[in-house]
Design a protein around this ligand. Structure first.
Ligand code: PLP
Length: 396
């Protein structure tokens, strides 16, 4: 396949059985699964059914391919494998970081005005328990405006900036390079929510220089639900206390463990403990490999082009309002749209029940969020625009 352009959407679509029946424009919610990811997800349990659990019991890497999956994810974001912990839930990744940091009453955390509860709930819970102050930076379509709002909230008490790389509802890319630089100057750490950046475009955590990158596997990298992982900058590993732990997290922790054997395994793997959902982790890596075969730059350009096509088409529909940015540096393959006279909740239901488009209500139910993934083509966008035009004209 051409490295820079997605040409054969039909061939991609054939990898996803679900797409025979649906136009799935909610990759930002949960991706459909391609055959290869489904096969990886079932590989270990099917072998256990047919051959028994001996290889699983022995945690044989040749069978589990878990370290190999860690390598795949690390390479994908330009990290090293010892900086990656599989966490299953996104919120677990956030909890590992924030519960492992050392806090004093009055310390501050900055979040953005468009954070997902998966990040906000752990942060608010921590703040309530430890007497911290959470400051909210409004999100807009203008980078300079956002940086101004950010600077206004950054103080000597800021210990952590915890914001989305790409926001969940309107798909805005925050100016995270500059925010990270400013935060570091002030002595604050930076945790980015990567749910909507991983798989949408090329990510290089070293270039971003963020301290923590909390990732989700079941959206733009087309892995299974649930799957998630955390990148922790190597130098910070020993600064984050291990809070919840258990078997297999230590070097000394065999069944005959001594009382002085509490030495963590090297790398971010120390945050994984107990029985692990290996298949979900390796299937997340299979999703990444699938996206890599399409060509990540090609996928990013394709999604962006469709989002632009949608934006241009919306301009011709009276009563339709784009809630996502026009600025090429801020926009992504996510577009939120509001129609006069119809709530986002109703619109999403109409699109699903009458026209077989999968979307999701957004911006507190006022809009609908559309995700333009690699398996969406021009024809889908044209059909969506035509459908929206019809809904506006008919009043529902
Ligand atoms: C921005 C963002 N962060 C995190 C998540 C992960 O949420 P959860 O932990 O419920 O899987 C999502 C999922 O929708 C999201 O959109």
């Amino acid at each position: 396949m051409d490295a820079s352009v997605i040409r054969e959407v039909g061939r991609i679509r054939a990898d996803f059985p679900m797409l025979a029946e649906w136009t799935h424009m909610n990759c930002g919610g949960m991706a459909p699964l391609p055959h290869s990811v489904g096969a990886e997800l079932l590989r270990v349990p099917q072998t256990v059914v047919s051959e028994g659990p001996l290889q699983l019991l022995g945690h044989e890497e040749s069978f589990l391919r878990h370290d190999a999956a860690r390598e795949v994810l690390a390479r994908f974001i330009n990290a090293s494998a010892d900086e990656i912990a599989f966490t299953t839930q996104f919120s677990t990744a956030v909890n590992i970081v924030i519960e492992g940091m050392t806090w004093a009453e009055g310390d501050e955390i900055i979040v953005s005005g468009e954070e997902h509860p998966a990040l906000l709930i752990p942060v608010l819970n921590l703040a309530r328990r430890r007497g911290l102050r959470v400051r909210r930076m409004p999100v807009s379509h203008d980078a300079d405006e956002m940086l101004e709002e950010f600077r206004a909230r950054l103080t000597p008490r800021t210990r952590l900036v915890a914001v989305s790389h790409v926001t969940t509802d309107s798909g805005i890319t925050l100016p995270v390079h500059e925010m990270t630089r400013l935060a570091h100057e002030q002595g604050s750490l930076v945790l980015l929510d990567a749910a909507h950046s991983l798989g949408q475009f090329r990510v290089d955590v070293k270039a971003l220089d963020c301290d923590f990158y909390a990732m989700v596997g079941y959206k733009w990298v087309m892995g299974p639900y649930p799957s998630a992982a955390l990148y922790i900058k190597r130098d910070l590993l020993d600064d984050i206390d291990v809070t919840w732990t258990g078997s297999r997290a230590t070097v000394g922790g065999g069944t005959q463990m001594e009382l002085d054997d509490l030495e963590w395994v090297d790398g971010a793997r120390r945050f994984e403990y107990g029985g692990r959902p290996f298949s979900y982790d390796t299937a997340m890596a299979a999703g990444i490999e699938y996206v890599e075969t399409l060509g990540l730059d090609a996928v990013a350009a394709h999604s962006r082009r469709l989002a632009e096509m949608f934006r241009d088409g919306l301009a011709g529909i009276p009563g339709a309002h784009l809630k996502s940015p026009h600025d090429p540096d801020r926009m992504t393959g996510i577009a939120a749209v509001a129609l006069d006279g119809v709530t986002g909740v109703d619109l999403s239901a109409i699109l699903r029940d009458r026209y077989r488009f999968v979307t999701r209500p957004a911006l507190r139910g006022t809009s609908v969020r559309i995700s333009f993934a690699a398996f969406i083509d021009d024809h889908d966008v044209e059909r969506l625009l035509k459908t929206l035009g019809m809904i506006v004209r008919e009043g529902s």
